[in-house]
Write a protein that binds this ligand. Structure first.
Ligand code: ADP
Ligand code: MG
Length: 373
C-alpha cells in the first residue's frame, strides 16, 4: 500500500514505512517461536505498538500463527478486559473466514455478549450485557477454552498491560496468570509504558507473573539508521534534504520516534522540493503555535510551583538533580522540599519522566514551548 505521506504518525501501514527495528523484531519473533512470552517496555510514543504490528505483519507472512491484538488502555475493569478480548477474537475470525459468525455465536453468548451490526458499514460489533448476573472470571476461562479448541497456535498481544493493576476486582493478576498458564498453545506479547508497574509485575518474587516473560526495553532508533530512512523517503519522491539537516532534527528531539515522525510528516506535507534549514525551523515553530492552546490549558491544571518547575526543567532540556541548591537558585524556585513535592506529582501525572540520567518534560513539544517562555 502506498501512502500520501511516508512519515506515518498513526497506526502501522507496512514495513516500507517502518524504520528498522530489525534486531528487536528478530528477538521478539525468536522468543515467541520458542514459546516464551515477551514484555516490551518503553516511554510512551517510542514505538511499542508499532513494533507489535510489525511483528504481526512479519508473522502473518511467514508463519501459521493466529494473531490477536488487544489494546487495554481504555479498560477499567475485568468486564472491559473480557469485551476487548472478545472483540480481538471477533476481528481475527472475521479476517480469516466467511463462515465465522456461526462459529463464534456460542462463545459470544457464553460471555454475555451480543453481536450488533454497524448500520453504516455492516461490520459486526460486540456488546457486553453488563447487567446480566455473571462471574467475570468464568468469562476469561470461557474465552481461553475457546482458543484451546481451535487447535491452532495463538500469539496474543496485550498492549498497555499495566492497566490491569487498576482494575477494582481483587487478584486480577493471579486470575489471568492462572488462565494463561493452562494453555500451552498461546504465547503473549505484553507491552506498556509504565516501566515501574510492569517491571515489578514480572520481576518481583511472589507476584503471579514473576519470571513468566522475557523483558525488552525498547530504546530509540539509532540516529544513522533513522536519518538514512528519512533521506531515502524524500528521495523516492524526487525531493532532497541534507543528511546534516536531518541529523540536527534527530539531535534536537533525541531521536524520539513520535516527534521525529511528526516533524517530518509536516515537512513532507509542504510539497517543497528542496528542504532548507529555514523551512525546518518554520515548521517546528508552527507546530508549537498550533498546540499552544493545549499548553495554556496545562498551565491552568498545574499549581504555580509545578508550572515553575516544569519551565525550569524545560529550559535545561534535561536535569540530573532538580532539587539541588544550584538549580533552585538559578530558577528562583522555592526550596528543595517543595520541589520534591511538585516533582512527585508531575511524575504521577506523566508530565515529567525520569530515565536514570535525569528528569525531562515528557512531551517534547511542550518542553520546547516552555523553554521559550
Ligand atoms: N520504527 C518506526 N518507524 C517509523 N515510525 C514509527 C516506528 N515506530 C513507531 N513509529 C511511529 O511513532 C509513533 C509512536 O509509536 P507507537 O508505536 O504508537 O508508540 P508506543 O506504543 O510506544 O506509545 C507512531 O506514530 C508510529 O506510527
Ligand atoms: Mg502504544
Amino acid at each position: 500500500m502506498k501512502t500520501n505521506n511516508p512519515f506515518v504518525i498513526s497506526g502501522y501501514i507496512s514495513s516500507d514505512y517502518f524504520c528498522n527495528r530489525e534486531l528487536e523484531t528478530e528477538k521478539i519473533i525468536s522468543a515467541l517461536k520458542n514459546e516464551r512470552n515477551i514484555t516490551l517496555l518503553s516511554l510512551r510514543r517510542i514505538g511499542k505498538t508499532g513494533i507489535i504490528k510489525h511483528v504481526f505483519n512479519q508473522l502473518s507472512a511467514t508463519e501459521n500463527y493466529r494473531l490477536l491484538y488487544l489494546d487495554i488502555l481504555p479498560t477499567t475493569c475485568l468486564s472491559d478486559f473480557v469485551r476487548e478480548f472478545g472483540k480481538a477474537i471477533l476481528v481475527e475470525e472475521q479476517n480469516r473466514s466467511g463462515n465465522y459468525l456461526k462459529k463464534i455465536t456460542k462463545l459470544i453468548s457464553g460471555i454475555r455478549g451480543k453481536l450488533t451490526f454497524n448500520q453504516l458499514t455492516g461490520i459486526p460489533e460486540l456488546e457486553i450485557d453488563y447487567k446480566k448476573p455473571h462471574e467475570t472470571e468464568k468469562d476469561v476461562a470461557t474465552i481461553c477454552q475457546y482458543l484451546e479448541e481451535q487447535d491452532s497456535r495463538y500469539i496474543i498481544a496485550i498492549d498497555e498491560f499495566q492497566q490491569i493493576v487498576n482494575y477494582p476486582e481483587k487478584n486480577v493478576e493471579a486470575l489471568l496468570r492462572t488462565q494463561i498458564q493452562q494453555h500451552n498453545s498461546i504465547n503473549f506479547i505484553f507491552s506498556g509504558s509504565n516501566k515501574h508497574i510492569l517491571s515489578s509485575m514480572f520481576s518481583q518474587y511472589g507476584r503471579p507473573f514473576y519470571q513468566s516473560s522475557d523483558i525488552m526495553n525498547l530504546g530509540r532508533i539509532s540516529k544513522n539508521i533513522y536519518s538514512e530512512f528519512i533521506v531515502n523517503h524524500f528521495a523516492k519522491y524526487k525531493r532532497s534534504i541534507e543528511i546534516e539537516l536531518v541529523n540536527e532534527v534527530l539531535d534536537d528531539y533525541d531521536c524520539y520516534t513520535f516527534y521525529v515522525q511528526y516533524i517530518f510528516n509536516q515537512i513532507f506535507a509542504t510539497q517543497i522540493t528542496k528542504i532548507t534549514h529555514e523551512l525546518v525551523v518554520e515548521i517546528a515553530q508552527q507546530i508549537l503555535v498550533e498546540r499552544e492552546y493545549i499548553y495554556y490549558n496545562y498551565k491552568n491544571l498545574l499549581t504555580n510551583n509545578q508550572f515553575a518547575l516544569m519551565k525550569a526543567i524545560a529550559k535545561e532540556w534535561k536535569v540530573e538533580r532538580p532539587n539541588s541548591g544550584e538549580f533552585i537558585k538559578k530558577y528562583n524556585l522555592i526550596q528543595a522540599s517543595s520541589v520534591n513535592v511538585s516533582l512527585k506529582s508531575l511524575i504521577n501525572k506523566d508530565m515529567i519522566y525520569e530515565d536514570g540520567n535525569g528528569y525531562q518534560v515528557y512531551d517534547l513539544f511542550f518542553s520546547k514551548w516552555l523553554a521559550r517562555l
